[in-house]
Design a protein around this ligand. Structure first.
Ligand code: GLV
Length: 306
């Protein structure tokens, strides 16, 4: 029997399986993440950790967790975890790719459509009593069908977005698949980010990249906020360097209500809900628990990161 700490309540019944496996499971009762000091205390004698992208797993935390041997991250991204430190200490790490691909691609496409057709702005106008008549020049947006979509990121989610784009008869170009980033930015009507956050992708889209984009282009981000230089995005929206942005991820998260970015025009911001369908989140919980159970039993994780 191993002691396991789980940093949040999860949807579905995956945690029951963890408890049924005879491990001593401690579940963080809060609706907000444990503070680093609390996390360090809870991990003092834990062998397993099921954590979220909101939990920073760094050397300081690992120093406080001398018995830890398995980490299951409830996310496909692992930028919250210092993987090199885990490797150095022989701690196994798993993530939850695959099961969230379609849900995240659905949301990316929803953001493409919402950005193009100004959906949130128009819906807010109805609620605000600003719908006075059918207006031939009102709420004009851009066509999605037949437009050019640039996808940055080589993985499954980008490919799933590309598949949806085929149905809209879009021209899809993918960075790294024959198209240099510069050409993608110049040619695309929509640019959608699907790369992991790494040292190479941090700040990948900043002022020089916005300059390359069409003044009508819409930037969509369902990956990680830090891939965009957010202050440069704010300036690009205010100056009209690009046409708009529709983003599910920000830097920091949560974005405080009075943050200057929120005053920028033609911007839709969602609270990091890319994988937030019932089915995807339950499957992520199942996979995270399977990763943890396997590692604690000394077997290979179904989805190891390292
Ligand atoms: C969500 O952002 C994830 O990485 O799964």
């Amino acid at each position: 029997m191993a002691r396991v700490f789980v940093t949040r309540k999860l949807p579905g019944s995956a945690l029951d399986r963890l408890a049924a496996a005879d491990h001593g499971v401690e579940l963080w009762p809060g609706d907000l993440p444990p503070e680093p000091t609390e996390l360090r205390e809870r991990l003092a004698d834990a062998e397993g950790l099921l954590c979220l992208l909101t939990d920073r797993v760094d050397a300081e935390l690992l120093d406080a967790a001398p018995r830890l041997r398995a980490i299951a991250n409830l996310a496909v991204g692992t930028d919250n975890i210092d993987l090199a430190e885990c490797e150095r200490r022989g701690i196994r790490v798993g993530n939850t790719p695959g099961v969230l691909t379609e849900a995240t691609a659905d949301l990316a496409f929803a953001l493409i459509l919402a950005g193009a057709r100004r959906l949130l702005e128009a819906a807010d106008a109805v609620r605000g009593g600003e719908w006075h008549t059918w207006e031939p020049r009102g709420w004009l947006g851009q066509d999605v069908h037949g437009a050019t979509l640039g996808i940055i990121g080589p993985g499954k989610i980008g490919r799933a977005v590309a598949k949806r784009a085929e149905g809209f008869e879009m021209t899809v170009i993918q960075a790294g698949r024959g198209t240099p980033l510069r050409a993608l930015l110049t040619e695309s009507d929509f640019v959608s980010l699907h790369c992991p956050l790494t040292d190479a992708t941090r700040g990948l889209i900043g002022a020089p990249e916005f300059e390359l984009m069409k003044p009508t282009a819409i930037l969509v981000n369902t990956a990680r906020g830090e891939i965009i230089d957010q202050e440069a995005l704010r300036v690009a929206l205010v100056d009209g360097t690009i046409g708009g942005a529709a983003i599910d991820v920000t830097d920091p998260e949560p974005l405080p209500a009075g943050h200057p970015l929120l005053a920028a025009p033609n911007l839709t911001v969602l609270p990091h809900i890319g994988s937030a369908s019932v089915a995807a989140r339950e499957a992520m919980a199942e996979l995270a628990v399977e990763n943890l159970l396997a590692a604690l039993a000394g077997e290979p994780m179904p989805n190891p990161v390292r």
